[in-house]
Design a protein around this ligand. Structure first.
Ligand code: PMP
Length: 436
């Protein structure tokens, strides 16, 4: 396939230079700095449907979708119009509004896994609060997480595995006290033996096990249902709460997320991204009995000036309402499956070292993988150089992926088959340049 011309990044480069004088690394969230891919970060000017436009007026088919929230695509009319309508009456009151009831009703009446919910403003906040609730409820301090699952940037969770089957975590960020990391046990995904050992080593000490049931922050490390089922059983047997962090998978792999997809009931669920329709919203939910421990009903404190913000609730209401329409998830999944199957057939025919994984409308390109990867340590860091090349080739052909090979891609309802066919051709051409 032909080499194509490199896109212009002149305006983005100027904006980035300016941004570096304002923000550490020139950004307000690290991955945006394009450190793992080629060139300066693209500054985005506009999004509409499946498309993005950058400051230099390059147009892209977007598979990042703001990292997951935009399941309807950019600037969906129903979301935009609802937001504008609600904004006419003011933007924040710090007092209850009917909109919070409306969003809660839409969620709770369609979700058999939670009876009460609390809205917060980000995924990080949702998970941090869920952990506190689990600790308050069980009166235990330790939590167990899995290497390769991301749960936001709260102190207890910026912890990575040490060496050994079951370890106290080591902090993965400066500024996290070692004593915090000592309360977080970290084990590998898909490892029943490590799980059993953790519950033996820390008998009656583990407040909660937290997992992304669809691990999607370090590649897409799909777990066997049997492993998740086992997790449920071992938690129940040990008086430990099971937290499903569904900030990505919630309202994505099905309306009821991975809990619904696998039919496994966790004790606490966390949501973010899609629930806010692109505005800052997170949430955690559980049975009425567990949630009764949250302030002001119970002793676990948690609050927020902008929690349940009316504009954010409006976006959530509009977006969630669309998802409840019959066939929404089937259509999205069928479309994504065909897209990914065609790419899989293409790479297999040519023996390119590419493995694609998919669940619903989430997908991931793994390079140089011998088999389906289910744990973080099985990802070869060297293989990321292939993603880096693909990312560059794709931008030059009008396709935007999140700027890291550890990140998954998202298909939205706005990605028509025609748009997906165009993206597919760009992917074929890019892979041919790299592997052909
Ligand atoms: N949990 C999971 C599973 C996530 O994917 C993320 C964000 N990618 C978070 C928590 C943190 O959410 P936020 O970035 O909104 O704080």
């Amino acid at each position: 396939s032909e080499n194509v011309k490199e896109i212009s990044r002149e305006k983005s480069a100027a904006l980035y230079a300016k941004a570096q004088t304002y923000f550490p690394g020139g950004v307000n969230s690290p991955v945006r700095a394009f450190k793992s891919v080629y060139g300066v970060p693209l500054f985005i000017k506009k999004g509409d449907g499946a498309y993005l436009w950058d400051a230099d007026d390059n147009q892209f088919i977007d598979f990042c979708g703001s990292w997951g929230p935009l399941i309807l695509g950019h600037n969906h009319p129903a979301v935009r119009e609802k937001v504008i309508e609600v904004m006419q009456n003011g933007m924040s009151f710090g007092a209850p509004t009917a909109l919070e009831n409306e969003l809660a009703e839409l969620i709770l009446s369609n979700n058999p896994f939670i009876e009460k919910i609390r809205f917060v403003s980000s995924g990080t906040e949702a998970v941090m609060s869920a952990i506190r609730l689990a600790r308050g409820y069980t009166k235990r301090d330790k939590i167990l997480k899995f290497e390769g699952c991301y749960h936001g940037h709260s102190d207890s969770l910026l912890v990575k595995a040490g060496s050994g089957l079951v370890t106290f975590g080591e902090t993965s960020s400066a500024g996290v006290p070692k004593s915090f990391a000592d309360e977080t046990i970290v084990i590998a995904l898909n490892d029943k033996e490590a799980l059993v050992k953790a519950f033996e080593d820390f008998k009656d000490q583990i407040a909660a096990v937290i997992i992304e049931p669809v691990p999607a922050n370090n590649g897409l490390l799909l777990q066997h249902k049997e492993f998740l089922q086992y997790l449920r059983e071992i938690c129940t047997a040990n008086g430990t709460l099971l937290i499903f962090d569904e900030v990505i998978s919630g309202f994505r792999v099905s309306f009821t997320g991975a809990a619904g997809y696998y039919q496994i009931k966790p004790d606490i669920l966390t949501y973010g991204k899609i629930i806010g329709g692109g505005l800052p919203v997170g949430a955690y939910g559980a049975s009425a009995q567990i949630m009764s421990n949250v302030s002001p009903e119970g002793p676990v404190y948690q609050a927020g000036t902008l929690s349940g913000n009316p504009v954010a609730m409006a976006a959530g209401i509009a977006q969630i309402s669309e998802l409840l329409k019959p066939g929404f998830y089937e259509d999205l999944s069928v479309k994504t499956e065909a897209f990914i199957n065609d790419i899989t057939a293409f790479v297999n025919e040519r023996n390119y070292p590419v493995n694609l994984t998919r669940i619903g409308s989430i997908f991931w390109f793994a390079f140089d993988a011998k088999e389906t990867i289910r744990k973080a340590e099985d990802i070869d860091p060297q293989s990321m150089s292939k993603f880096k090349q693909m990312h560059f080739e794709l931008l030059n052909r009008g396709v935007y992926f999140g700027p890291s090979g550890y990140e998954v891609g998202f298909v939205s309802a706005a990605h028509t088959t025609a748009i997906l066919d165009k993206a597919k051709q760009a992917i074929f051409d890019s892979l041919e340049v790299i592997f052909g």
